[in-house]
Write a protein that binds this ligand. Structure first.
Ligand code: ATP
Length: 354
């Protein structure tokens, strides 16, 4: 379902109409959200949308202006960070440079004055899970970016928080390593069985890692759902455009139940009349090879991606060229400037009031 309920029976964390004002700036604006136990949850949105502020309120580093945060039904809104069974992992990792890997990881437990044998057992266990066993005596400067990232994770996980909060955890890594760590982080979360809430501005990353995600804009929650929900059934034009690539054709729906735009007419039963944008993904547009009934256009650009090819096609109804994603081996031999006809899959179209 598109509008996945934001209220969940077995929620570990409940965020209730949470807002944060910095002077005149409303950074977080009435966000309500339930997070499931053992879920990998992503907070996603453009720069300045309030995702870090929301995470910092969960961690206790910012106090809400209004609203509540409930952990397993208990209001933790006014607890100090160290009193919350949540742990925040910073993007910068904040490792102690003069301490070995094992000391970095053990530090938090030693501060809690746990018995030495227990500290050792828990550190060993978490080092095995994070694949750090061979690195116990190294200093942070002797580690790669991915290894440092794992030490930071191990240090956060060894304290067995109920929820681990991660602010752009892969932000410091290069693209290749980042992609590998996305899968590793997901596996790790599954293995340790702790709820992860991650902040990212990278939609690809959220799609790959998250069980569910929330899209924020201007401090407000626009949509919450599984990656498939959000990609396939965006409920908002901003979300449709922010997640993946979306083509928009501006037109209108008439009393006759047809969407019309320049050179286009499509039956759309059951959708309210008025100025409307038709939204369609590049993979849901095909090249019309027969009949000649398709939408007429002209190729303005082409990009080869190995598996597929993206054609940019100027059509009358569209201000910006329509992107069309086709299998590269099947649709070879096109040229820039070439006239072309397109067909769009009617059942794939979304409509947003203009
Ligand atoms: P980014 O991806 O760029 O980190 P974000 O989505 O995490 O952005 P926030 O850092 O939460 O966004 O900021 C949300 C809004 O609140 C922004 O307009 C920001 O300028 C403002 N803001 C954040 N922290 C403060 C602060 N301490 N004082 C004043 N304004 C702040």
């Amino acid at each position: 379902m598109t509008d996945a309920p934001t209220t969940i029976e077995d929620a570990i964390l409940r965020i209730e109409t949470l807002s944060k004002d910095f002077g005149p700036v409303r950074a977080v604006d009435g966000v309500s959200l339930d997070i499931r136990r053992n879920e990998f949850f992503a907070l996603l949105g453009p720069s300045g949308c309030g995702k870090s502020t929301l995470l910092r309120m969960l961690a206790g580093f910012e106090m809400p202006s209004s609203g509540r945060i409930l952990l397993e039904g208990k209001d933790i809104s006014s607890l100090k960070p160290e009193r919350r069974p949540l742990n925040l992992m910073f993007q910068s990792y904040a490792l102690f440079p003069h301490m070995s890997v094992v000391r970095n990881i053990a530090y938090g437990l030693e501060m809690e004055r746990l018995p030495r044998a227990e500290v050792r057992a828990r550190v060993d266990e978490i080092m095995a899970v994070t694949d750090l066993t061979g690195f116990a005596d190294r200093k942070p400067e002797q580690l790669s970016g991915g290894q440092k990232q794992r030490v930071a994770l191990a240090r956060a996980l060894v304290k067995r928080p109920k929820v681990l909060l991660l602010d752009e955890p892969l932000g410091a890594l290069d693209k290749k390593l980042r992609e590998r760590m996305q899968l590793e982080l997901k596996r790790l979360q599954h293995d340790v069985g702790i709820t992860f809430i991650i902040v990212t501005h990278d939609q690809e990353e959220a799609l790959v890692m998250a069980d569910r995600m929330a899209i924020l804009k201007d401090g407000q929650l626009l949509q919450c759902g599984s990656p498939e929900d959000v990609y396939e059934s965006p409920t908002d034009r901003f979300v449709a455009n922010f997640i993946g690539v979306m083509n928009f054709i501006e037109g209108g729906i008439g009393a006759d139940g047809h969407f019309t735009a320049e050179g286009m007419r499509l039956p759309v039963p059951g959708i309210a009349a008025g100025p409307t944008a038709l939204a369609i993904r590049p993979e849901d547009v095909a090249i019309d090879h027969g009949g000649g009934h398709g939408i007429a256009g002209r190729i303005t650009d082409m990009a080869y991606h190995g598996l597929d090819r993206v054609l940019h096609v100027a059509i009358d109804a569209c201000e910006t060229p329509l992107q069309v994603r086709v299998p590269a081996r099947i649709e070879a031999g096109h040229a820039i400037g070439e006239p072309i006809r397109l067909s769009i899959a009617p059942d794939r179209c979304k409509f947003f009031p203009a």
